[in-house]
Write a new protein. Sequence first.
Length: 236
Amino acid sequence: MNIVETSGLGLRTRRGWVYRDVDLTAASGELVAVTGPPGSGRTSLLLTLAGRFPHNHGELRRRGPAALGQVAGVHEPDPTLTVAEHITERLLLLGPVPRRRRRLVPVAAVRARRAYRRDAYAAAVAGLTDAPLDPDRYGRDLTPVERQVLGLVLASLGGPSLIVADDVDAGADRPEREWMWGALERLADQGYAVVASARAVEPGVAATVHRIGDPAVPAPALPAEPAPDRPAEVPA
């Protein structure tokens, strides 16, 4: 089932087009990679797909809730919180433990709540990557790839239909990029529609690539004007 569909999607401001003529579809269980040169509007497009940014041209249809992974300057880890504290905070914001555990006596309920959060943390991290994040590591100490993974873990906790993540290959070497794309593929295998932006996609990645912002074909150069005739030199 298609989770997000766009037709001629665009955003134009007084300064010109941020992105334009985007026809994109992402289905449940599909990984879509949005690539393009710097300034092509990749970040703005992802935020629009997630319902966090406007558009004023074309159509956008989305089924179910969307969640943001790492988006620099918009949705990033708190430098003063550990990985475990990020996840605990997100679970608290999502609401109480499942209804069946709320009928317990107070002491048992507290223990159940702690166990629920611990289990949710372990399941979220293990389901995404074979190299779990250190729960005691602070946000300020995370590598670029670890920041991306934490963003994906937090996004998945709410059970959205769509997850978007920006610049997933930024600051990563080739092994890290391959590992990151593998984590995104595993996330899609869990049934999410995943849209990630990057400069390029690693070979062999099972992703539908959608490139935006390619420069228009340059106009042919005008023929050079002939040099003006110079008067013949008069011999001395």
